[in-house]
Design a protein around this ligand. Structure first.
Ligand code: MN
Length: 418
């Protein structure tokens, strides 16, 4: 389960490129192709981006396909995975000692605050809560400091508990991990569940881990790069940063990470995840779909779920159901909003509609939806901080669209056959 075992470059850039804007621009132009950069100015490391460049690619990485994806992951969530601890000598991640300055950390967009690590899986351990792995952006401040964006989820809890004990929080940041590890780390598992173990459960293969050299946490042994450090009580402005919507996230005071050590494989490949790119959206959006599927399946027979790319893989959900009762679409709309509170618009369609095809979804809205009958508006809801149209407080209006055919009118909606 390694990054390089999955990596299949489709474009190889041989000429030297700049980590400032140039790599990001090339990744942006080739969003659906995996790109390998052999020479990046100022670093010995190679750089790969768009490593997972399609929904099919993500499914392949997780050992499934688009059809089986939701069930595959939902079932993995009920299984246990297996971590196998190896000795430091057997861990490629620790083959070379390096430094933060030696890494090809990119500046992506004009207007961003600086150079950002965007593919870092941050691992922390807590005596009571166990291990946690989650993905966080980190702005490099200098050769020994970064500032980390901590949304108030699990790692924030670990951090707060450490501070209450009067200690900084020790972390290891793994860059360049197998996509299943990155996916699991972006998945909304419950607190106290170990995302690394979940990655193993998804692939039904053991994940090799190694004890950190200077921090008391386990690290994927086959990672390309490991940054060890501690999240301190010191705060520093973080942002602006281009987030998933392709607009600038605001500046906030966030915790400073003090870097204790940087290590990498021989011939390491640094994973550059382009903000707002296809790969970013896949890793953020797809891990939310199985939970939506499970919750919506409590109220209807759900066939498919998509957080659509046009909705930034975050704000728009389309759910296809095998409708059996007229109130099901509305119950599905409410279930989706509970399962994924960041969602803003939910469209429910019949199972003949391909939820991944925006033309089909629009066809369903065009021919099966009546606004005075099939629309439900919610006011003053908790929404996403990533939506620039939401109120300053984060509150937002939401809309549900039932674009299913009324049960008694199926004949009138029969689609022509050739
Ligand atoms: Mn967690």
């Amino acid at each position: 389960m390694s990054f390089r075992e999955f990596l299949k470059p489709e474009v190889v850039v041989e000429e030297e490129v700049s980590p400032e804007y140039e790599v990001a621009a090339i990744l942006h132009r080739n969003q659906e192709r995996t790109v390998l950069f052999n020479r990046v100015r100022g670093s010995e490391l190679r750089v790969a981006g768009n490593v997972v460049a399609s929904r099919e690619g993500m499914c392949r990485a997780l050992g499934t396909d688009a059809e089986g994806y939701l069930k595959h992951v939902a079932e993995a969530e009920r299984r246990r995975g297996r971590l196998v601890e190896v000795e430091a000598e057997e861990a490629p991640a620790y083959q070379r000692a390096s430094s933060l300055d030696a890494l090809p950390v990119l500046k992506h967009y004009r207007g961003d605050a600086g150079r950002y690590i965007t593919s870092g899986v941050v691992i922390a351990e807590d005596e009571e809560l166990g291990r946690n792995a989650s993905v966080h952006r980190m702005l490099v401040l200098d050769s020994s400091k970064m500032v980390i964006r901590l949304v108030e989820r699990h790692l924030h809890t670990y951090y707060t508990r450490a501070l209450e004990r009067g200690e900084p929080l020790e972390v290891a940041v793994a860059v360049g991990v197998h996509p299943a590890v990155m996916f699991a780390s972006a998945y909304p598992l419950e607190l106290r569940r170990d995302e690394l173990e979940f990655a193993s459960a998804i692939l039904q293969k053991p994940l090799r881990v190694v004890r950190g050299r200077r921090v008391g946490v386990m690290v994927p042994a086959d990672a390309e790069v490991v940054i060890e450090g501690r999240i301190t009580p010191e705060m520093h402005p973080e942002g602006p940063f281009t987030d998933i919507t392709g607009t600038y996230d605001s500046v906030r005071l966030q915790p400073v990470v003090e870097v204790l050590g940087v290590y990498h494989r021989e011939d390491a490949i640094y994973h550059a995840l382009l903000p707002a790119g296809v790969e970013h959206r896949l890793f953020m959006g797809m891990p939310r779909e199985p939970g939506i599927y499970v919750r919506a399946s409590e109220v209807a027979r759900v066939r498919q779920v998509a957080l659509t790319t046009g909705g930034c893989s975050w704000l728009h959900a389309v759910v296809a159901i095998e409708k059996r009762a007229e109130d099901e679409p509305r119950r599905v709309i409410e279930a989706v909003m509970e399962a994924h509170p960041s969602v803003k618009h939910v469209v429910v369609v019949d199972s003949d509609i391909d939820v991944f095809n925006p033309r089909e979804v629009e066809f369903a809205i065009a021919t099966r939806f009546q606004a005075d009958r099939d629309m439900v508006v919610f006011r003053n809801m908790r929404g996403s901080s990533l939506d620039p149209s939401a109120q300053k407080s984060g509150r937002t209006a939401k809309l549900g669209i039932d674009a299913t055919v009324p049960l008694g009118e199926r004949d009138a909606h029969r689609r022509a056959e050739l």
